[in-house]
Design a protein. Structure first.
Length: 271
């Protein structure tokens, strides 16, 4: 397959089980760049064996880490994937056909549609898992990631296009891993709130839990996916409530910030 002047960018830490599939799903990329923040497994060796250039960068937070990666690319156009994401063969073919014209134009970015596998199987009805639109293809001088520690987004002006075929997300092999991610993401989000001196509004927490559950279970059609849909909705609602409780604790007991950071580091979650 002919290569295109595109860099596939993946940020990693201990992704040995997933990184090869991600890299191999983009055979047309002229460059594959892995920015690793200190893997202790075989991530680096596997990435190199599958054609990636690997550089080390201590963890900066999701947004800053992606912006750092952008500065290390050899091409102006970049495709950002997570290690647990990969292009479907249909999307790889569609992108190979459309990218030459797209990259010759003045677009800043393009959207991809993500389909999610949950508990080992594709979701069938839950709307965010059935084609969630995400800006992942972009020109380095026309778009930039937000500086959020977590839940970062690509910022750009002007119009964009959306590819039709999906890319795939093999989401959280187990609920244990999902809950560990909830702990880390909550901590990162609360640190962002501290930086912004966000007011504490604990009274909102019960309502946030209920609304988050209803949004995912009813309005986003999670109930049609049976108990898997219920589990997604309950997990999302718990995350929405927990990060508010954790932020309340950070503000009320500042000593808990260092204690929690140390615990997350000992467990290998934060780095």
């Amino acid at each position: 397959m002919p290569s295109l002047p595109l860099t596939l960018v993946v940020i990693t830490r201990n992704e040995a089980a997933k990184i090869a599939r991600c890299l191999d799903s983009v055979p047309f990329a002229a460059e594959k760049l892995v920015v690793d923040s200190g893997s202790t497994d075989d991530t680096v060796a596997i990435a190199q064996a599958h054609g990636a250039r690997v550089i080390h960068q201590d963890w900066l937070g999701f947004g800053p880490q992606r912006n750092f990666a952008t500065t290390q690319c050899r091409n102006d156009w970049m495709l950002a994937l997570d290690a647990d994401e990969y292009l479907s063969p249909e999307l790889a073919e569609e992108m190979q056909q459309q990218l030459p014209a797209l990259m010759a134009g003045d677009l800043a970015a393009a959207n991809l549609r993500r389909h999610t596998l949950y508990m080992g199987q594709p979701m069938r009805w839950y709307r965010p898992a059935m084609g969630e639109k995400m800006a992942r293809l972009y020109h380095r001088n026309r778009a930039r990631w937000s500086d959020a520690r977590v839940h970062e987004s690509l910022r750009f002006d002007g119009r964009s296009i959306t590819f039709k075929a999906p890319f795939l997300h093999d989401n959280n092999p187990s609920l244990v891993e999902k809950q560990l991610k909830v702990l880390l993401y909550s901590e990162l989000k609360c640190r962002d709130w501290l930086d912004k001196n966000k007011p504490v509004r604990m009274w909102q927490t019960p309502f946030v839990f209920a609304l988050a559950f209803l949004k995912d279970y009813v309005f986003r059609l999670g109930f049609l996916d049976g108990w898997r849909g219920y589990t997604i909705a309950q997990t999302a609602a718990s995350y929405a409530a927990y990060k508010r409780m954790r932020y309340y604790e950070m503000r009320r007991n500042p000593a808990s910030r260092d204690s929690a950071a140390a615990a997350l580091t000992r467990s290998g979650l934060d780095h």
